[in-house]
Design a protein around this ligand. Structure first.
Ligand code: SF4
Length: 215
């Protein structure tokens, strides 16, 4: 499907993404969890966002987020990009970032506890529309370990629930209608936050490549 405008695209994908997130939340509500409000231990890494969620998060930033919060997130995203550019290999259209580069970058962010630019005063500034990856991440025991184990893996059932709601078999996302892929959230939100990040070509990374389809 082609969309005549961003408005038309948003009108189509936003209800689908909202339904998929609500379904994921309902499934995650049944998963035993010791995560609590105010804990941000898992927000010091690079999270990725599904293409279907980009418009939802972008319109929240542009239309709902408080202006002062938006200004702070923008500053943090500018700093995040400066940091990224200082460590990234030269990238061009002919030599784009590939899956291995993104995975190495993700590991760097974990090892160096690089804060997600959307974290403000220890809280997620896009919480109502936060990515599926964040919604599906919980731990069932020993929350104190999260502070000493950067990149601590969440409960495996969260991955199952994410695949059920955002994977190829999702009942909410008609995959013949729109792109099915993932990219780093910080890459996806430069437009919404008007951050002048230079183009960083990225080969398409599908959900199946970032996440195992069988566990
Ligand atoms: S999007 Fe929100 S919940 Fe997810 S890592 Fe960033 S601050 Fe944390």
């Amino acid at each position: 499907m082609t969309f005549a405008s961003i408005k038309e695209l948003r009108r189509f994908v936003t209800p689908c993404a909202t339904a998929a997130q609500a379904d994921l939340d309902a499934r995650m509500a049944t998963v035993p969890s010791v995560c609590s409000a105010g804990c941000d231990a898992c927000c010091y890494q690079m999270v990725s966002v599904h293409t279907w969620e980009e418009e939802l998060i972008g319109s929240y930033i542009e239309g709902t987020m408080h202006a002062a919060t938006r200004a702070k997130v923008r500053r943090q995203l500018v700093e995040w990009w400066k940091h990224l550019k200082s460590i990234l290999r030269p990238v061009s259209r002919a030599n784009p970032l590939a899956l291995g580069d993104v995975q190495a970058l993700a590991q760097y962010m974990i090892d160096n506890r690089v804060m997600c630019p959307f974290l403000v005063d220890h809280r997620c500034s896009i919480y109502p529309v936060r990515p599926a990856m964040c919604r599906a991440h919980v731990v069932a025991a020993n929350p104190g370990l999260c502070a000493t184990m950067p990149g601590r893996v969440g409960e495996t059932i969260g991955v199952h629930h994410m695949l059920a709601t955002f994977g190829p078999g999702s009942p909410h996302l008609p995959f013949d209608k729109y792109v099915h892929a993932m990219k780093p959230l910080a890459f996806a939100m430069t437009g919404a936050l008007k951050v002048p990040a230079s183009s960083t070509p990225l080969t398409v990374v599908t959900l199946g490549e970032l996440m195992p389809t069988r566990l």
